[in-house]
Design a protein around this ligand. Structure first.
Ligand code: F6R
Length: 357
């Protein structure tokens, strides 16, 4: 039920802090240690490579998840769009683990890959919001997102839940492998939940950003580097699917290799600047597009912000910035769609779960 909310999407955006807190609770034991199916732990430590298979928003979560697993647990990860993987299968390592990320657990493209990898005898883990779903039933192991039903077609809380569960999975794997980390995922996710709450309290300000940058534009670009690039892809997907504004996410460094030709007077460019190691370079990219007439909307994080930034996020652990930086992008997409009288919860041509290949 929507309750007092005008749309499910807005309700689901607002639920994100609670979902993160629920995940912390569900994945923690009485001694504040990570609680995870021991078979999943075994599968993660025994494999020599993780293959993440997903579509759309869940694929974008997989890109961030790769960073978590590689940086924390030192396990190589490949991330593949399901529909591409099935007819263009790469060489598979000796001991692969296939990880399917799917909110609905019913996505036909992902299931097609699962059927194939199962036939080859490869182990599989599904990370899903629906434990009884097809992908969950047909794979060896399941991790539950605990996000509660997601009704709006545009995925919001499932994405941040996927990131939280992937971070916990990465840390658990690191611990099982005896890797020492100075990263407490539950504490840091608690900080993320508070940051999300603060962001959800700033809706008016974010609505103003949408009104300032996107009222009549035909297109919009999102740029970022490293994790910010992946979040930009997700921000662009949210915007295009519900507001029908043509939106594209690009790696900051790729601009000069072609995309910059698209920049015209007034083109909105949303630039994410939450990663300290690339802050200097992304700021350079903002100058490049601004010099060609773009209208840059800079979303930075406290500690890395500069005068003139459009919106500054509260500080969270650098690995977890996607969980915070995606929230204003979800809200910008929501308000842009609302201002254009679009059907926010049920955009044209889209279905909540895509059960055809
Ligand atoms: C975008 C969106 C889709 C889904 C994709 C995969 O907002 O909802 O891109 O993420 O269809 O769906 P699941 O995660 O159910 O496999």
């Amino acid at each position: 039920e929507k309750g007092t909310y005008p749309h499910f999407m807005l309700k689901e955006i607002d639920e994100q802090p609670f979902v993160i807190r629920r995940i912390i609770q569900k994945y923690q034991d009485d001694n504040d240690q990570i609680k995870l199916d021991p078979d999943v732990r075994k599968a993660m430590t025994e494999c020599d490579r993780v293959y993440i298979i997903a579509c759309g928003t869940s694929y974008h979560a997989g890109l961030v998840g790769k960073q978590f697993i590689e940086k924390l647990a030192n396990v190589p990860v490949e991330v593949h769009v399901a529909s591409e993987f099935s007819y263009n299968m790469p060489l598979i390592s000796d001991k692969p683990l296939f990880v399917y990320i799917s909110q609905s657990g019913e996505t036909a493209d992902s299931r097609a890959v699962l059927v194939e990898t199962k036939a080859k005898g490869y182990p599989s883990l599904t990370i899903t919001n629906v434990p009884g779903s097809t992908l969950s039933r047909e794979s060896d192991y399941t991790l539950h997102l605990h996000a509660g039903p997601e009704i709006a077609v545009a995925s919001t809380k499932a994405y941040t839940a996927q990131l939280a569960v992937l971070a916990i999975l990465a840390v658990d794997t690191a611990q099982a492998k005896g890797i020492e980390l100075d990263f407490d995922p539950m504490k840091e996710l608690g900080i993320v939940a508070n940051a999300m709450e603060a962001l959800c309290d700033q809706k008016e300000e974010i609505e103003r950003v949408a009104a300032e940058f996107l009222p009549t534009t035909r297109n919009c670009f999102f740029i970022g580097r490293s994790a910010d690039y992946y979040v930009g892809l997700e921000g662009a997907l949210k915007l295009k699917e519900i507001s029908y504004i043509q939106a594209e996410g690009f790696a900051g460094g790729e601009l000069k290799h072609g995309t910059i030709a698209l920049i015209e007077e007034g083109t909105p460019v949303v630039a994410l600047a939450t990663q300290s190691n690339v802050n200097y370079s992304i700021r350079g990219n903002v100058k490049e597009v601004a010099a060609r007439g773009a209208n840059p909307c800079i979303i930075s994080m406290k500690g890395m912000d500069q005068e003139g930034d459009t919106f500054v996020l509260p500080e969270v652990h650098e690995l977890l910035t996607p969980l915070a930086s995606v929230v204003p992008l979800q809200l910008i997409a929501y308000y842009a769609a609302l201002h254009r009288d679009c059907d926010v919860d049920k955009p044209r041509n889209l279905a909540k779960s895509v059960t055809v290949e």
